[in-house]
Write a protein that binds this ligand. Structure first.
Ligand SMILES: NC(=O)c1ccc[n+]([C@@H]2O[C@H](COP(=O)([O-])OP(=O)(O)OC[C@H]3O[C@@H](n4cnc5c(N)ncnc54)[C@H](OP(=O)(O)O)[C@@H]3O)[C@@H](O)[C@H]2O)c1
Length: 345
């Protein structure tokens, strides 16, 4: 069969590989739609993450082919599913969904939501997992399904509202009752507003952006959420967070330069991977995180089915070739305000 693998540092290719074995604790899935994430190229290009001949790809929909003898699931062969795999975790090189078949987790593999299209369902995996880790584990927010009272209309700042992660972060912050202020390019202002952003500012002029955000939030901003790499995002957050301190979450491993601000780095895959690599080393699976992660995933799928969480826009491509090109497009930074989804069958 064929799969996209990282064949050398900085190079992913479509190659012929043996069929994966069915692990007893896994579900063998034939993927139907897969979505690209920056993790596809970051895992190929960064030396500390690179593993030779590793299957790539985290986000999928597909059909259940076979179920491992120890798998804990109510799914059956033939069921249509969506989910996430942390490509390469635990040293299993077949764990990656840019392939004709792959071993999915027995728990982070869910029936397809009914109210969104299958390509849209292929975009949920990394996005939802990252939000769960950020909001309900790292920030410790209560799950919002019983009513959103935490925010009480206070401001929550998302740097990079038009990233796939930012579009989800806006919606999860709104579900917790915050007033969301965000940044992106003007071409994406309508998009971020469609996901609930209350105010949006262009980040290209740093000083103007800082002044506009300060005029909006005063000295009341206690939460900043960073979805974009580089020096400007932490610098801007440090300027606009309240002088009384606050909390700063980054999904791109750039800490906040202020000592009076609580700074956390989120790793979405930390809810489901057996081991995962963070900037502080290799960390082990934690069963309490996994349980909370699963509970929050089920809640999130319920919110998707109620139309309260909308997936990002997507561009549809064909085959594993489409996903391979998606890796390059994300590496070059040429994708704005949408996911790349590829149809495999
Ligand atoms: N820690 C985790 O678990 C985790 C999970 C998911 C993603 N990530 C990381 O988070 C980042 C975002 O991933 P994603 O998939 O959400 O992104 P994405 O959808 O690929 O991001 C594309 C967007 O990035 C924005 N952008 C690009 N360069 C920018 C800059 N210099 N300043 C401000 N905005 C810029 C563009 O906004 P405009 O076109 O509007 O300017 C564009 O819409 C990546 O670095 C990814 O590796 C981490």
């Amino acid at each position: 069969m064929r799969a996209i693998q990282s064949v050398a540092l900085g190079r992913a290719e479509l190659v012929d590989v043996p069929e994966p074995e069915l692990r007893s604790d896994s579900i063998l899935v034939t993927p139907r739609y897969v979505a690209n994430n920056p993790a596809d190229w970051i895992g190929t290009d960064l030396e500390y993450l690179f593993a030779k001949d590793q299957n790539l790809g985290c986000d999928y929909t597909g059909v259940v082919e076979r179920i491992g003898s120890d798998a804990k699931t109510t799914l059956k062969p033939g069921d249509k599913v969506c989910g996430i795999v942390a490509a390469g975790e635990g040293g299993d090189k077949t764990r990656g969904c840019f392939a004709e078949r792959f071993p999915a987790y027995d728990d982070f593999c869910f029936p397809l939501p009914q109210n969104i299209s299958e390509p849209e369902a292929a975009t949920l995996g990394v996005g939802i997992s990252t939000m769960i880790t950020s909001f309900y584990i790292d920030l410790g927010f209560p799950l919002p399904n019983k009513g959103a009272t935490l925010g009480r209309g206070r401001p929550f700042f998302v740097y990079g509202g038009s990233t796939a992660s930012g579009l989800y972060a806006i919606q999860f912050a709104k579900l917790s009752g915050f007033r969301v202020v965000t940044t992106c390019s003007p071409r994406n202002f309508d998009l971020v507003k469609s996901r609930g952003a209350d105010e949006v500012f262009d980040y290209h002029d740093f000083q103007k952006c800082e002044q506009e955000i300060k005029a909006s939030v005063g000295d009341d901003l206690q939460y900043a959420y960073v979805c974009v790499m580089g020096d400007d995002p932490p610098k801007l957050c440090a300027e606009v967070l309240s002088t009384k301190g606050g909390k700063y979450i980054t999904i791109v491993a750039t800490p906040c330069p202020r000592n009076d601000v609580e700074s956390k780095m989120t790793y979405g895959q930390s809810i489901m991977a057996d081991t995962y690599k963070s900037t502080t080393g290799v960390e082990q699976r934690n069963s309490a995180r996994r349980e909370l992660g699963l509970k929050a995933w089920r809640m999130s799928l319920g919110l998707v089915e109620q139309g309260k969480i909308l997936p990002p826009p997507h561009e549809l491509r064909e085959g594993l070739e489409g996903a391979l090109k998606g890796i390059d497009d994300l590496r070059r930074g040429s994708i704005s305000g949408k996911k790349i989804v590829s149809k495999l069958v």
